[in-house]
Design a protein. Sequence first.
Length: 506
Amino acid sequence: MGLSARDRWRTLLLVNLASIMERADEALLPAVYREVGAALHATPAGLGALTLCRSIVQAACYPLAAYAAARHNRAHVIAVGAFLWAAATFLVGVSNTFLQVAISRGLNGIGLALVVPSILSLVADSTDEATRGSAFGWLQLASSLGFISGGFVGLLLAQTTVLGIAGWRVAFHLVAGISVAVGALTWLLAADPHFPAGEDRPPPAARKRRPATAREVLAEMVEDAKLVVRIRTFQIFVAQGVSGSFPWSALSFASMWLELVGFSHGDTAFLMTVFWLASSLGGLLGGWMGDALAARFPDAGRIVLSQVSAGSAVPLAAVLLLGLPEDPSAGVAYGVVLFVMGVFISWNGPATNLPIMAEIVPEKSRTNIYALDGTFESVLSSFAPAIVGLLAQRVFGYKPDDKGKSVQRDRENAVSLAKALYASIAIPFTVCTSIYSFLYCSYPRDRDRARMQSLAESELRQMEHGSGNGESDGERDCVIGVACDHKDIREAEKDTVRLLRDHESL
């Protein structure tokens, strides 16, 4: 079942490449909001709705991703997802109406949904509790590099023309082509430890334990989802994640805001690169600090770190959006504040959320918990860009300017958009910091329960293996067939969880 060190490192490299392209694809449209808005005569609310459309479809398809990752080679699932989002990204580049772009972004969400849970579970399966935070930190570094690359390419090509084609369209075609190449490499070279020799089906012994009919498959997925959703720590993470991911979605308007302040496309690209580079370094630093604090304070170290990170966003965002002058000559000050903010607010995922979610469920349920978390978080946080656009227009007085030639109007719109952004950052992060406090009670219990459940399942498998070694071939097949029947295993798992819950209540 395990991989050699060479296969594991090659797989992790390709998984990180896939993560780079996934995030580059996400960053591309926000980077060219202004050009797309001018070409399609779309308001900020309409542009935010494009991201909302993709996010809703992505959230709705996460259950499909969980099913695919649980029953098929996860490397192949990632590759198929890359092919799907590449096709949708290409369609955005050839679209001429707002509706066409909206449909293409919706299709894009299907591919992105397939990729994310498989990437996270592969990384979690390749590490232990002592190094998991650092591994997720490296993954966040790769993701941030992808976001930087996507935004940088979009901003630099936005106002150019290549062979008579608008630069923002060329950017979408370029990202689509690279995504196809990465998907092909992942299919051919990456490996899933649960699927030997690159096969797309599990080993025969594992297939015997799996449901055979569509109804049984659906029932198993529902039971897995119920077991995960009942975990108190997971419920807290969903509540925290909705508020915590909202500001990151709202930051899709940051490039547009900087341009309205008066920064050129090149300067905006540089400033956003500074921010996302700082975020990537912050994620790596946060993952390392999370591992260190978890070793010293197992029950609270990761949680404290996340509260410091989320809480620091409120004053830092105030300085950036409300305190600095609306003058492009203050570019150095903008760069410094963006760098500090990027380093401090990016610890939560690699330091706390992703490692803890891997600890509170057995290994076989990791894909499910990441998929469910993505579903619940995306449904509400996907409204962030649209809400920022509505706040800017309806509350703070943003007035669309299709020609973009009025400097005074741009400055007024920059102030309106800055206020809308700050409201969408400060309030959710304050709520997020408060919600993290509930983990101090739930996390130790749920972690210990998952460890005991994994131990019980491991002993059950050893007993099955021992019984099989002592029988003839026919009797061994019978014993394994009965012991590994998926219904019996499901009942045993539920009994284990019930016993552990009863033990805690004593």
